[in-house]
Ligand binder design. Structure first.
Ligand code: IFM
Length: 473
């Protein structure tokens, strides 16, 4: 990557475009045993030896639970318009479907009012993978009743916080919850059961649809509802028909499964065939697809990279996709992040255009985009991270090119505000634009964060007709 990225054009973004940063409850909050919070599948998983690198857990994480004021002040200093965070279900209803814990709701009420006082718009995600353990003990997402419990939980949170929060996302990356959690077992609850993974996927979608309908019934006209799948461009490794077939299969499970259901009201035929192959079709009851396809005000998307695939040898390649053992995943030919993920900003532009052209998508928010690189803290305590800065600049530029091509994009959220618990990778992998020293909990804005702060100021100045240059951080 260059040391001098091409600055994105600041003049294209619509006036009310939201510049934000995102986090998730289990990744930053800590305080796992405080104020009545019930245990979750990630508490269980991270405390199981061998599941998370180095035995790391979210017990303390970035200690955000005790640092709301400090963290919101940081967001204000970064010029953020909006902050996307998730609610920990088990803080609000410790066992998932029983008694409500008022201290959990009070914590989030305090967070959203502190954000509002700082002029920052809260964007809520109701589920970012931390299922109450008590529900897992009764089958978790593979059990249809979990969708009903989610609808009640969503209504409780919406009722408590709806007067402060306009933007509501039901699920973050249901693909991960279903397939990493139940097929490859890399994530909690750590199952390797393709049938359970497909049942979980369907019940997550049903939970999204029914919760959206329930919240909308109670909502004011200003409330906006959406879902946040993680979407990828899927590129065949060659022109061979079998590589194209592999790309089609992965596109079905990664993209169309979530888009066709929520936006068109039906599973793609090839995805139904995967359900049939793993004897999971019985999970899809009559009328479910219509319930899933609730009208949406926003489509949230998370974008990090593209998949490059070829026909495999059927020997099982560790693919997290049920049925994906027939597919070989190829490394990107582009530079890669510390996760090994290819840096492919054009893939974001192409994805946004696809959503517009193929799906007639509702307005889109890029709810996560960012990069993990190995940060070095210098002798003065500074973190100079030009690779992350270039990554963000190039993807903001890709969003800008999609807007120019006619796509209605309403916001961009960096993943992540803070370094945090990166799931099975523990604390080794850092995505933050703000560095967290986990010994002291000291926060330090990285040079990528300084660039983002200045970029937001320049964009706002451009919208107001003034000129501010983005200093090369
Ligand atoms: O940290 C995760 C986040 O929880 C979901 N989206 C991808 C991020 C980076 O892996």
């Amino acid at each position: 990557m260059t040391d001098h990225p091409t600055p994105p054009d600041t003049t294209t973004f619509p006036e009310h475009f939201l510049w934000g940063a995102a986090t998730a409850s289990y990744q930053i909050e800590g305080a796992v045993r405080e104020d009545g919070r019930g245990p979750t599948i990630w508490d269980t998983f991270s405390h199981t030896p061998g599941r998370v690198r180095g035995g790391d857990t979210g017990d303390v994480a970035a200690d955000h639970y005790h640092r709301v004021e400090q963290d919101v002040a940081l967001m204000r200093d970064l010029n953020l318009d909006a902050y996307r965070f998730s609610i920990a279900w088990s803080r609000v209803i410790p066992d998932g479907d029983g008694a409500i814990e008022p201290r959990g709701l009070a914590f989030y009420r305090h967070l959203v009012t502190t954000l509002r006082a700082a002029g920052i718009e809260p964007v809520i995600t109701l589920y970012h993978w931390d299922l109450p353990q008590a529900l897992q003990d009764r089958g978790g997402w593979a059990n249809r009743a979990t969708a009903d419990a989610f609808v009640r939980y969503a209504a409780v949170v919406h009722d408590a916080l709806g007067s402060h929060v306009d933007t509501w996302m039901t699920l973050n990356e249901p693909w991960c919850a279903a397939f990493l959690g139940h097929a490859s077992g890399e994530h909690a609850p750590g199952l390797t059961d393709p049938r359970a993974s497909l049942r979980a996927a369907h019940h997550l979608l049903l939970a999204h649809g029914d919760a959206t309908a329930a919240m909308r019934r109670a909502a004011g006209p200003e409330h906006r509802f959406g879902i946040v799948p993680n979407l990828y461009g899927v590129q065949p490794g060659s022109d061979r028909p079998e590589d194209h077939a592999a790309a089609h299969l992965i596109d079905g499970l990664q993209n169309r499964m979530w888009l066709d259901t929520t936006l068109k009201g039906q599973y793609p035929t090839d995805v139904r065939a995967i359900f049939a192959r793993f004897s999971a079709l019985d999970a899809i009851e009559d009328g479910d697809e219509a319930r899933i396809a609730q009208p949406l005000d926003l489509l949230g998307i998370n974008y990090y990279q593209q998949h490059h695939v070829a026909a495999g040898d059927g020997q099982g390649l560790g693919s997290p996709f049920p049925g994906g053992d027939e597919v070989a995943f190829l490394p990107s030919a582009q530079p890669r992040t510390a996760m090994g993920w290819g840096v492919e900003p054009d893939g974001l532009r192409d994805l946004l255009v696809r959503l517009h052209e193929e799906y007639g998508s509702p307005p889109i928010m890029v709810c996560e985009n960012g990069a993990c690189f190995d940060d070095v803290v210098d002798d003065h305590g500074r973190i100079h991270d030009p690779d992350r800065r270039d990554f963000i600049a190039a993807h903001v530029d890709a969003v800008e090119r999609a807007i120019e091509a006619g796509v209605d994009v309403r916001g961009y959220f960096v993943w992540s505000l803070l370094d945090n618990f990166e799931w099975a990778h523990g604390y080794e992998r850092r995505f933050g634009i703000v560095h967290v020293d986990y010994e002291t909990q000291r926060r330090t804005v990285k040079s990528s964060g300084a660039w983002y702060r200045d970029h937001i100021a320049a964009t706002k100045a451009a919208a107001a007709g003034a000129t501010v240059s983005v200093v090369d951080a």
